[in-house]
Design a binder for this molecule. Structure first.
Ligand SMILES: C[S@@+](CC[C@H](N)C(=O)[O-])C[C@H]1O[C@@H](n2cnc3c(N)ncnc32)[C@H](O)[C@@H]1O
Length: 260
């Protein structure tokens, strides 16, 4: 299995399956439904799911529209294609989209911008591929303190290695305000919504084990004797504590912008 610690949060084949089967149902699918509902897609609209991963947003949107979905990660795309959803899956980079100007009515991007190496270029590309009057909706996690499952896994990783804790902060490295400011050029009516929900995890020990199995720096954890067991046990215990304290909360910022 090859994994990478790349800042773009690239996953291996195995990690991609865990991502799709364990993380998406808990951490991405419900938010994808929320993002698509917010987008109020009209029949026949041309939609781009940017940084589609295994296709959580594309799947939620495909019922209503003509969907193209793009990601840089071959393992994610291979999984997405295997779902058989009627989507045009494309390999590519957000910073250099392989589409003519004005190709889309709507661009959706769930939990993608924080991983882009050039976020400004990606926002400029979103503006370019949208038709005038089209719209963009992008989401990012709010900070770990508002995503208690994340605070739990960061703390669990830090008990063994501060650098693993630091790597786990990457998904929370872009605030809603920073995301909104990327849409200053080429857009109007840029607005931001904070959305909060309780999440249902099921068996915390199973979830913790699978979650750690899907991180891009898994190889480093696996290479250190006892680390996997220690981090998983600590993460499980912290999740259980959250559950006994009334549930596990999660929050994202959604930025909505109209193409000028
Ligand atoms: C946390 S996942 C989110 C995936 C999906 N949107 C979802 O909600 O499940 C982040 C995705 O961003 C992709 N990504 C990172 N950098 C990228 C880039 N420069 N261009 C395109 N995709 C990128 C990764 O490959 C990964 O699939």
């Amino acid at each position: 299995m090859s994994v990478s610690t790349s800042a773009a949060w690239q996953t291996s084949d195995d990690a991609t399956r865990i991502y799709a089967n364990v993380l998406v149902p808990v951490l991405f699918g419900p938010w994808a439904e929320d993002l698509v509902a917010r987008a109020q897609i009209a029949a026949g609209e041309r939609v781009l799911d940017l940084a589609c991963g295994t296709g959580a947003v594309a799947a939620a949107a495909a019922r209503a529209a003509t969907i193209t979905a793009l990601d840089r990660n071959p393992a994610m795309l291979e999984y997405a294609r295997s779902t058989g959803i009627d989507v045009d899956w494309q390999s590519g980079f957000a910073e250099d989209l392989p589409f003519p100007s004005g190709s889309f009515d709507l661009v959706l991007c769930q939990q993608g911008f924080q991983f882009f190496s050039d976020r400004t270029a990606a926002a400029t590309e979103v503006a370019r591929v949208l038709r005038p009057g089209g719209r963009a909706l992008a989401s990012v996690w709010r900070n770990p303190e508002e995503n208690l499952w994340a605070a739990a896994v960061i703390s669990a990783l830090e008990t063994v290695s501060s650098s693993w804790g630091e790597s786990m902060r990457k998904p929370f490295s872009l605030s809603g305000d920073q995301l909104a400011s990327l849409f200053d050029g080429g857009f109007k009516n840029v607005r931001q919504v904070r959305v909060r929900r309780n999440i249902t995890i099921g068996d915390t020990a199973v979830f913790a084990q699978r979650f750690i199995g899907a991180v891009p720096f898994l190889e480093e954890i696996a290479a250190q004797s006892g680390a996997m067991e220690a981090v998983t046990a600590e993460f499980t215990e912290r999740l259980n504590r959250l559950l006994s304290n009334g549930g596990i909360t999660s929050a994202v910022s959604v930025v909505i912008a109209d193409r000028a």
